[in-house]
Design a protein around this ligand. Sequence first.
Ligand code: SAM
Length: 286
Amino acid sequence: MELASIDTIRYVCDKYGFAFSKDLGQNFLTDPRIPEAIAQGAGVEGKCVLEVGPGIGTLTASLASRAKAVCALELDKSLFPVLDETLAPYPNAAYVSGDVMKTDLAALADEKFGAGEPVCAVSNLPYCVTTPAILRILGTGRFESVTVMIQKEAAKKLTCSPGDSQWCLFSALATYRADIKKLFDVSKGCFYPQPKVDSTVLGMTCKKVDPPLADAFERVATALFAQRRKTVKNTISRMPGLSGTEAGALLSSAGIDPSRRGETLSVDEIARLAGLMVQTIQKDPA
Ligand code: SAM
């Protein structure tokens, strides 16, 4: 059965009484070239894959044709009888019930594939949770790569640099966790129901990060972007655990001009600042 097809979607709606939910970002692929290109771009050959939001299993099937095993996490239980039918030809594919924003994704990967087994995350993400879901998936530190299809505008935030108008906290947090590259654009005409905007597929290669440093990075980046037009010195000296003098010394050690604005700092500079801040607070916890 060709799953990326409007006829199959109609068949599913008739046979299972399935009704699309806008709240769950249910826009299913209808162009069979797209799931194939995503699965190919994700480089999942012989690997274990955690997919978020299988829908009727369109991308799941393309992934399962290449991967060692696929576990797909779906929130909408009304899709389960559909998936029982559409994934039947793929014994290496299974689905589980859950919410990407609540499920312990690292524990799920360990449980389904074994602790220590490298796992790729792949998703045609529901629009409603794009930003938090990407940060949550990257934040687990459990995946070797993350391949996602998201709105084109959101994708621009993840492929820009400091100084670009799109650069924001989301850009900094995601870029800290992964090397991100654009794979290809997908026209809104490739989905049913048709969304208002085009999409982009991004490939992210996850970096190894030290959890305490990642926490500090998040705190520093959040503070910098909350007051993105203020000077770095002003923002850093207001952070808990740091005196004004310490903030100045810290910026000087990091080689960062204190009069710069927070939004201009590169991810490496924020990481340097966060690392020095952890050392300063550890030395002088009061
Ligand atoms: N993978 C299918 C495709 O490409 O045609 C469907 C993608 S559709 C954009 C998003 C899917 O994510 C839907 O199946 C929806 O029910 C599911 N979903 C929405 N919110 C979710 C959540 N919080 N956790 C897990 N799945 C979710």
